[in-house]
Design a binder for this molecule. Structure first.
Ligand code: DHB
Length: 469
């Protein structure tokens, strides 16, 4: 009996704790300022700005764990059906701050289109605070960024009665590391895997799934990205990359390990054929041809240096020439492209920082990276590291039981982007499509590693998915 009373008391304390945390994150609908955003075309949009709002009960980082909400004049009233355009500013997996809407990216356009714009900050690999002894404590190592962004979404839902906009129509947008986080938000909605981290932050007990994802050049599937990169660029190791004999061996090792991963992924082409390393290059040619066709249709020229030519009204892709053309714009990453720390030199990539520890030390996060770094092939990364890496990969959550994956996906990767292998965004898009999600994927002709371009196309897509909802 005593035990039961104690349990009841503990439960009461726990629920009181959540209430307290949630009590701190109540939206104040009266606290806004009026602002105007000047747009490129001489137009401007008036909006209400609700800024510097803490979205968790237990704030760890008072600079990054805030969000801003912007409401365009057209949505001052009757906005309960207005979609919410949520943009993450994350780049390089570093900390990001909530900013104002900008005429230079999709946020300005979203305001102009009449959408509610939400810009949350989030902790990142360089986030740090001082501990009680005055030492640096890094608080934004993985999975902090995705936990923060989920907490921001939960904040919106928790306050849905008073917050402008329709929280069933949240559309996320991000580029590069931000594109990866946008995709991860979309893939892993409501997954209980993140719950311990969210609870610790005093995040609202709410859903964190989203309606749609816009993901530009996502730097994702990090545990397989090194192999994917060496497989597609293996030809380049002979000449243009100028690799040392050691790096050459590393590249070969990674290249050879890729087929096993790809061929067991179970991804199918739109016609149902299995996508493997045997037909991948042919498929890539069709994607590049489609990209060139779209550019031609818009009246752009196709530079023959790209290895793409038009013969008898047919687009012909010389893939070797095309892949050789890419590094003439920006040189390739040195292998391993992502888990580089300690492999020949002590370079730490943004990903080594992402998976680093709270003392500020970067870390290897793949078995292969660790083996190479320590020159010990018996080593594997710790279960704790494996779990953190798992939590950062949308591929693990798409269509899985326990996760609510977004219905709508707009994914773009620049056709000359060398920051990650083409297979990374292609696999992401096909995996989603195979399961039946609504996916709009293209390689964007002539584009490198960038995002928020072709905004006419982006907002046309948004209009369509909102209309059929
Ligand atoms: C970004 C770019 C990279 O090449 C990378 O490895 C990680 C992040 C970025 O621009 O966000």
């Amino acid at each position: 009996m005593k035990k039961i009373i104690l349990m009841m008391f503990l439960c009461f304390l726990m629920s009181f704790g959540t209430l307290l945390a949630a009590g701190n994150i109540k939206f104040d609908a009266k606290k806004f300022v009026d602002k105007t955003l000047e747009l490129h075309d001489g137009a401007s949009v008036k909006y209400r700005a609700y800024e510097n709002i803490y979205y968790v009960g237990n704030v760890v980082d008072s600079v990054c764990q805030t969000l801003n909400i912007f409401v365009p004049e057209s949505a001052f009233k009757n906005n309960k059906n207005t979609p919410i355009f949520l943009k993450t500013n994350v780049g390089g997996y570093r900390a990001s701050k909530a900013s104002g809407p900008s005429a230079k990216d999709a946020t300005g356009r979203a305001l102009q289109e009449g959408y509610i714009v939400v810009i949350p900050g989030s902790r990142g690999s360089d986030s740090k605070i001082k501990d009680s002894e005055g030492n640096n404590l890094y608080t934004g190592r993985a999975p902090a960024a995705i936990v923060d962004l989920k907490a921001a979404i939960r904040y919106l839902r928790y306050n849905k009665k008073t917050i402008p906009g329709n929280t069933d129509l949240i559309i996320t947008d991000g580029t590069s590391a931000g594109g990866a986080l946008s995709a991860l938000l979309g893939a892993s909605g409501n997954s209980s895997d993140y719950e311990p981290y969210l609870s610790e932050l005093g995040a609202a007990k709410e859903r964190d799934d989203v309606f749609a994802v816009i993901s530009f050049c996502p730097i994702t599937d990090l545990e397989h990205a090194d192999m994917a990169y060496e497989w597609i660029y293996s030809w380049a190791n002979i000449q243009p990359r100028g690799l040392s004999p050691y790096h050459f061996d590393v590249a070969e090792e990674l290249d050879q390990r890729y087929p096993e991963y790809q061929n067991n992924l179970g991804i199918k082409l739109p016609d149902g054929t299995a996508l493997t390393t045997n037909n991948y290059l042919e498929y890539l040619k069709t994607l590049i041809a489609d990209s060139a066709k779209k550019a031609l249709d818009k009246g752009e020229q196709i530079d023959t240096q790209t290895g793409v030519t038009i013969k008898d009204n047919e687009i012909v892709v010389d893939l070797d020439a095309y892949l050789a053309y890419i590094p003439t714009i920006r040189s390739l990453k040195i292998p391993p492209a992502f888990d580089k720390l300690g492999v020949l030199e002590q370079d730490a990539t943004p990903e080594n920082q992402l998976f680093g520890n709270s003392k500020g030390e970067p870390a290897n996060f793949t078995d292969m990276g660790l083996k190479l770094a320590k020159d010990d092939f018996s080593l594997t990364v710790s279960p704790e590291m494996k779990k953190r890496v798992y939590l950062m990969n949308p591929m693990n959550y798409i269509g899985e039981a326990g996760a609510k994956t977004a219905e709508n996906w707009y994914i773009r990767h620049g056709a000359v982007d060398r920051d990650t292998a083409f297979q990374v965004p292609v696999n992401l898009a096909l995996k989603l499509q195979n399961i039946g999600y609504n996916v709009d994927f293209d390689l964007s002709w002539g584009r490198g590693h960038m995002g928020d371009y072709d905004l006419d196309e982006v907002f046309e897509w948004i209009r369509k998915i909102v209309a059929v909802n």
